[in-house]
Write a protein that binds this ligand. Structure first.
Ligand code: 26Q
Length: 797
């Protein structure tokens, strides 16, 4: 497509789709017109892939997830369709600003963090690979809340990405599925009829997900909840206006808002309803599609693989059994066997407070038949294994992890260490009974978004150096190693990084009114705010470093910018205090005439996918400092490595694999191992001991306590200092000294910029394995036993 053809397509949509004249069009109109022009090209490819799948008898993969953190889609679509020259050329001819148009798009935040972003990367990789697949999620009207700061405090505001028309989705009113809750069950022998008392409708919205070079396209299908009956005209006519609209409002509530918790299960009824709504609609759709092509449900595991993203859709086990047994008349044990062979479950956390459970009373009320089936599934599992203790229904609760496990043929962890810990802790007994069930599939990230598109300077350099085949064969990055000692290449790599840092500095100056020096270390910690992720360890080290500079302001300090980003769950008070402390520290430190040349703290609000795309290319240092054993994998860590940042980190999650890949000498390791943490925790008084042994730590804690950062309210951070001094479950104090040491090694290393950049080159060059294409291939061979459409099935590149 030429720029002038693109220009015509844009103008066509501006006039005939949006009904706007070029003279009066706003950025929004131009963005929509460009999106529709790009979308037109996608649709042909998408249909071709869909037709291929129907004609091919290939096994389909279904990815069920309550979260898809897709972010903005316009640039992704342009890049994957290779329309960048056409689009930039066309906009130039129209005298429009390409960047401004891209940034006008709302960031679709239909997820909390890692789990949701992983689902989005997987969708893109499955399309790039040409795997017939479909993602199923919820079309939340309000995604994850928007964060702003008021006097340093986090304020949440609703995220209304759908207040504008969403350019990428197609409404599918013909795909409307009835969903029921409550009511009663009438048993007929082994089978039963379920008569729900409350009904609503799940209506589909489809978004095409186009792979690299537009070779293949899959669908992301998001469900919207709708009332079964419109509003009550009779009541309205009687003058009961609010009451007339009530059932409608209630039904719509189901897909209204994404739960912002990402690690503490809150046991809310609406959440359980969302989970069942999502799962039931998706399974109906899958079975309907299957039955349109095949007539024997015994073939289901051969033709469909259903992946359960954490326990959130784990009700899929009993629901699929219900469909097969109650509705299709299959024998119960056979139904369980078929369901199990079709389903597999991914675990993303070992934190006990995050493992979902539902009270039997609530579950029995909302899903009476499922409650019965769960007991029969338990009973069957007991007979199969001869054990009595490992029930999904236990202690008056349904344990969704156990249910997920016993209803899956494979259960996977998301990094090597995490998978081993699953086997030795949370799922120990189940693993002993089913030693082949747990497998590892280390997470990955899509290089299209997380290098090619977000870091054009570096990706351009890479393509100029080794050609562009790396984009869908990321291991080719290893060819860069040959250039690690090539001075011109290293200089160009450094120049790309520096230019990214200059861009970010300008953005920080404009949006946060803080000036930062692009030649300082850009030290970044971006992720959800959690005690186990230990933003406060970073903050304590920052304070200690600040104090040391103040002691000796004329020494030759290596300048640093500490960048934080992330949202705290609204009811997680401790996390919110960590946010406020970081902001209070920024206020004090950034205006300290003794230190501000050497140390700045910035915390841009509302960390999301778009902000990640802005920050990660400009990072020198990636902070991955969770307490060992607590971070299942991490995926931000991978994005930083890919973009040539060095990592300071613990042996946790995928940091372990990253360090193995890039080489121990190219990674700043510190802290206790998972085993050491477990040992240390048994001893009492570890925090007090660590504080007594490290005066820097004691002094940093004292600074917080003294109110230096909260002069108007000296006791503001009492709970943080008390907790760290007396409990410190996450071992912040015990790891402080070694973290400090590693940070000083970072300072020393950064003074030799050439050598630092050489190490950065090696990080990028060895990051090929971190592609989510590799992860998806792992799922395909170990879990799904699915094949990509062959060359002949795929539209010509
Ligand atoms: C559960 C019940 C009720 C409401 C909400 C939730 C809920 C929602 C989201 C629980 C957990 C999450 C998200 C978890 C998550 O993002 N986990 C991260 O998954 C990443 C991808 O595997 C890993 O890299 C991270 O280590 C892990 O923390």
């Amino acid at each position: 497509m030429t720029p002038s053809e693109m220009k015509d397509a844009i103008l066509h949509h501006l006039v005939y789709t949006l009904g706007k004249d070029a003279a009066t069009a706003h950025v929004y109109d131009w963005r929509m017109a460009l999106s529709f022009a790009v979308r037109d090209r996608i649709v042909d490819r998408w249909f071709a892939a869909t037709r291929r799948t129907y004609g091919s008898n290939l096994k389909r993969v279904y990815y069920l997830s309550l979260e898809f953190l897709i972010g903005r889609l316009l640039k992704d679509a342009i890049v994957n369709m290779r329309l960048e020259e056409a689009a930039t050329g066309a906009l130039k001819e129209l005298a429009l600003d390409y960047r401004e148009i891209l940034e006008d798009e709302p960031d679709a935040a239909l997820g909390n963090g890692g789990l949701g972003r992983l689902a989005a990367c997987f969708m893109e990789s499955m399309s790039t690979i040409g795997l017939p697949a479909m993602g199923y999620g919820i079309r939340y009207e309000n995604g994850l809340f928007r964060q702003r700061f008021e006097d340093g405090r986090q304020i949440e505001e609703p995220e209304d990405w759908l207040s504008q028309r969403h350019a990428w989705e197609f409404e599918r009113p013909e795909v409307s599925i009835d969903i029921g809750f409550g009511g009663h069950v009438q048993e007929i022998g082994s089978r039963a009829n379920w008569y729900p008392s409350e009904m609503l409708i799940a209506m589909a919205h489809d978004t095409p997900v186009i792979g690299w070079k537009g070779r293949w396209g899959n669908t992301l299908r998001l469900w919207e909840s709708r009332p079964m009956h419109g509003f009550d005209l009779a009541r309205f006519n009687r003058g009961e206006y609010a009451a007339a609209a009530e059932p409608e409002a209630l039904a719509r509530t189901l897909s209204r808002v994404l739960y912002p918790d990402d690690h503490t299960e809150q046991g809310k009824e609406l959440r359980l309803k969302q989970e069942f709504f999502h799962t039931a609609a998706s399974l109906r759709d899958i079975i309907r599609r299957f039955e349109s092509e095949y007539d024997d449900l015994k073939l289901l595991p051969k033709k469909a693989a259903i992946q359960i993203n954490d326990t959130h859709p784990a009700i899929a086990g009993p629901e699929l059994v219900r469909i097969l047994h109650d509705e299709r008349g299959m024998d119960f044990e056979e139904a369980v066997g078929i369901a199990r062979a079709t389903l597999s479950y991914t675990n993303h956390t070992l934190l006990p407070e995050a493992l979902e459970t539902w009270g039997e009373a609530r579950m029995g009320r909302l899903l009476p038949r499922h409650m019965q089936l769960i007991d029969r599934i338990d009973d069957l599992h007991r007979r199969e294994t001869g054990t009595h203790s490992l029930n999904a229904h236990q202690d008056g609760k349904v344990h969704m992890g156990t249910l997920g496990f016993i209803m899956a043929h494979k259960v996977n962890g998301v990094a090597a260490l995490h998978t081993e810990l699953m086997k030795s802790t949370v799922f120990k007994e189940l693993h002993e009974l089913h030693p082949d069930r747990i497998v590892n599939e280390t997470n990955g990230v899509t290089p299209r978004r997380w290098l090619l598109s977000c870091n054009p300077r570096l990706s351009g350099l890479i393509t100029d150096t080794i050609g562009e085949d790396w984009v869908d064969d990321l291991e080719q990055l290893e060819k860069l190693e040959a250039h690690a000692d090539d001075s011109a290449f290293v200089d160009a790599f450094l120049a790309a990084k520096r230019a990214n840092k200059v861009d970010l500095s300008q953005w920080i100056a404009e949006t946060l009114k803080v000036s930062v020096d692009p030649d300082s270390i850009f030290d970044i910690q971006v992720k959800r705010i959690h005690e186990y992720k230990r933003q406060h360890l970073n903050l304590l080290e920052t304070i200690a470093h600040w104090q040391e500079i103040r002691d000796n302001p004329n020494a030759d300090w290596v300048p640093r910018v500490k960048i934080f980003g992330g949202k705290a769950f609204p009811n997680y008070i401790y996390a919110k205090e960590m946010v406020r402390l970081a902001n209070d520290m920024a206020t004090v430190m950034n205006s300290d005439p003794l230190t501000s040349r050497y140390l700045k703290v910035v915390f841009p609000p509302n960390y999301n996918v778009s902000l990640a795309e802005r920050l990660i290319p400009a990072a020198d240092l990636s902070e991955q400092i969770s307490t060992a054993g607590k971070e299942a994998s991490g995926t931000g860590n991978m994005k930083f490595t890919l973009n040539g940042a060095l990592t300071i980190g613990t042996l946790d999650g995928a940091n372990v694999e990253i360090r193995d890949l890039v080489g121990a000498e190219n990674f700043f390791l510190f802290g206790m191992t998972a085993a050491e943490v477990m040992e240390r925790r048994k001893e009492g008084g570890h925090a007090a001991r660590a504080i007594a042994e490290d005066p820097r730590l004691g002094r940093a804690l004292e600074a917080i306590r003294s109110g230096i950062f909260s002069p108007d309210e000296p006791g503001r951070y009492h709970s943080i200092t008390e907790n760290l001094t007396h409990h410190d479950y996450f071992m912040v104090c015990s790891d402080f000294t070694d973290y400090w040491r590693a940070q000083r090694e970072v300072d020393a290393a950064f003074t030799d910029r050439k050598q630092w950049t050489r190490t950065a080159v090696l990080n990028t060059a060895r990051a090929g394995w971190l592609s989510s294409d590799r992860t998806i291939r792992g799922y395909m061979s170990d879990i799904w036993h699915a094949e990509p459409a062959t060359e002949g099935d795929v539209a010509a590149g």
